[in-house]
Write a protein that binds this ligand. Structure first.
Ligand code: NAD
Length: 498
């Protein structure tokens, strides 16, 4: 290969060793054009199947995935390094979403009657949700099954064909999903293209009918810019800097347990992971002691039974180190871990306190097993600090009396009260963020509708009493219209002098 030639393959690596797991093709814009054209043909067949037919096919696929769940978990483990049990959990959640999407599409997207209102009382009004055609799904590596399945399953159930571009760190997971789909369904309704950023960029401008992107905020902005060229709609599921609030009346053992899981599971590489903790001053010391005790019991190391795996993307190690160093340089303290916790592939749990709120450890997504803990004088202050971010993905509140009230005041797409990340496991709940965490919703009925367009149809049932939309409209009809409007809307607050 000469310096100007582009590589035609790339390797997926085992993050624990750096060894090559497998090689995959770098798909080009031409390859993608071919795949999208195939998807369009397959989409016609898929649409013809109707909700019941698609449900049958998706259920068959679900069966294949479920029966081979350990095989899938093994590939996730090999490509991300995450513990096998965690891989199994994310695959299970992904399957649950597939089941939900397949079985709820008809009810959510089928024709629905809508009240025609008084002026159009002679009309039967219905809305139905049509598939968009071909949806491009671009996925991250941190939850390579669960995350893209939140788009793939819902887009498919809604009647679309899907072209999936998995992360370059987890191409094997994507290839496995597409090959099991092919085996179960036998048509290219779900296809995979592999490659690095430029392959994702080419998918954005390939003429697909929507892009469902999950990844970092920076890439999300590039995806939006590329999609703007062709006015391709997008759903953006991006990064976060989620806060965890501990009220004075919280169950501190449960809160510390949840905070440890939220901060350190998957080595902190979770979009809805806990990155900032705000604790009421009355319980700050005992909570911190409990959290540190939990974290001390965890070690990230290279063994199949380790609870914390490696950092999947080596370049992230520098970001994690920089955040810890900035926190400490600006007056923060590491009560556990610290800069030395960042190794060549593993990062040990790190708990930071007294970190200024404008340190990058508080303002930027760290995406590592680190967390800042801050003392607050009141829960109002905790809410204020939680909201002082450009992100807005999710949040957690531990409180006996005020949990839901506080959760509702946090500007985020999701929140868990007295639990951790539980919203992601409820298939009927929408998933997504606000601000720089993105927009649009996957999962639940909103997630199904995200991959459709609404089609409104009116049908005349009887002749209109007042001919309003005709040049035969009379003055009498106009008078009657004014009377009806006064009757309907003329009462209530008056503006100006009575
Ligand atoms: P990333 O942005 O680096 O990559 C995501 C995907 O985009 C990859 O498939 C990549 O190849 C592709 N890509 C890169 N450049 C592109 C371009 N110019 N055009 C189109 N596609 C391009 O993200 P990552 O490192 O894979 O994932 C980690 C990030 O994802 C974190 O920020 C995390 O918070 C976020 N995330 C968000 C959610 C959510 O639901 N909100 C879920 C999981 C992860």
């Amino acid at each position: 290969m000469t310096a100007t030639e582009k590589p035609t393959t790339f390797d997926s690596l085992d993050p624990r060793t750096g060894d090559v797991v497998a090689s995959y093709p770098v798909h080009t814009a031409d390859d993608i054009a071919f795949v999208v054209a195939r998807a369009r043909e397959a989409a016609d067949w898929w649409v013809e199947l109707g909700f019941d037919g698609r449900k049958e096919q998706l259920t068959r696929w679900k069966g294949v995935i479920t029966r081979r769940i350990h095989q899938l978990a093994q590939i996730v483990h090999d490509e991300t390094g995450k513990p096998h049990g965690d891989a199994l959990l994310e695959a299970s959640l992904g399957i649950d979403h597939l089941a939900y999407a397949a079985s709820h599409a008809k009810k959510v997207l089928g024709p629905k009657r809508v009240s025609p209102g008084l002026l159009m009382a002679n009309q039967a009004a219905t809305v139905r949700y049509h598939p968009l055609g071909v949806v491009g799904v671009i996925g991250p590596w941190n939850y390579p099954v669960f995350t893209p399945m939140g788009s793939i399953a819902y887009a498919l159930a809604a009647g679309n064909a899907v072209v999936f571009k998995p992360s370059e760190y987890t191409p094997g997971v994507g290839a496995w999903l597409a090959s099991t789909f092919e085996e179960a369904v036998g048509r290219p309704v779900l296809q995979v293209v592999t490659g690095l950023g430029p392959t994702g960029a080419a998918l954005c401008t390939s003429g697909v009918d929507k892009i469902a992107f999950t990844g970092s905020t920076a890439t999300g902005k590039r995806v939006m810019a590329a999609c703007a060229e062709t006015l391709t709609p997008v759903v953006i599921e991006a990064g976060g800097k989620d806060a965890f609030l501990v009220d004075a009346d919280a169950d501190l053992d449960a809160a510390a347990d949840a905070a440890a899981w939220g901060s350190f599971a998957n080595a902190g590489q979770t979009c809805v992971g806990v990155e900032r903790i705000y604790v009421h001053r009355d319980v700050y010391d005992p909570f911190l002691a409990k959290l540190v005790a939990k974290a001390e019991a965890l070690t990230a190391y290279d063994a199949d039974d380790a609870q914390i795996g490696p950092i999947t993307m080596p370049s992230q190690l520098n970001i994690i180190r920089r955040h810890i160093e900035d926190a400490i340089a600006r007056g923060g303290r590491a009560v556990l871990g610290g800069p030395d916790a960042v190794g060549e592939r593993w990062v040990q749990p790190t708990v930071l306190v007294d970190v200024p709120e404008d340190s990058v450890a508080v303002t930027e997504e760290t995406f590592g097993p680190t967390v800042t803990v801050a003392k607050v004088a009141s829960m109002d202050e905790a809410v204020e600090l939680a909201n002082a971010t450009r992100y807005g993905l999710a949040a957690t509140v531990f409180s006996k009396r005020r949990g839901v009230e506080l959760a509702d005041r946090i500007r985020s797409g999701m929140a868990a009260v007295n639990g951790i990340i539980t919203f992601a496991g409820v298939p009927g709940l929408p998933f997504g963020g606000v601000g720089e965490s993105g927009f649009g919703r996957i999962h639940g009925p909103d997630g199904l509708r995200e991959f459709t367009y609404a089609k409104s149809i009116t049908r005349q049932r009887i002749k209109p009493l007042l001919a309003l939309t005709s040049f035969t409209r009379t003055e009498a009809a106009e008078k009657q219209l004014a009377q009806i409007m006064t009757l309907l809307h003329g009462r209530g607050t008056t503006i100006g002098p009575k």
